[in-house]
Design a protein. Structure first.
Length: 67
């Protein structure tokens, strides 16, 4: 761990995977970037945020009226 910056490689990898997941990057590409071999492991870092859940909820909801 870099004591000066307070960061370690695992935290950076986690942050990168999280940001890529929020940007809707496919899991396979996130795995390639973070060098995860197991999709289950990579998926732990790519939890959708509240905005992503709201977006999906809107897709499943009734159509909005235009008037």
């Amino acid at each position: 761990m870099d004591k000066h910056l307070g960061l370690d490689p695992h935290q950076l990898r986690h942050s990168a995977a999280t940001h890529l997941g929020e940007a809707k990057v496919p899991l396979q590409l996130i795995m390639a970037k973070t060098r995860h071999k197991n999709p289950r492991t990579a998926m732990r870092y790519t939890r959708p945020g509240s905005e992503a859940v709201a977006e999906i909820t809107a897709i499943l909801g009734p159509p909005k009226r235009s008037h």
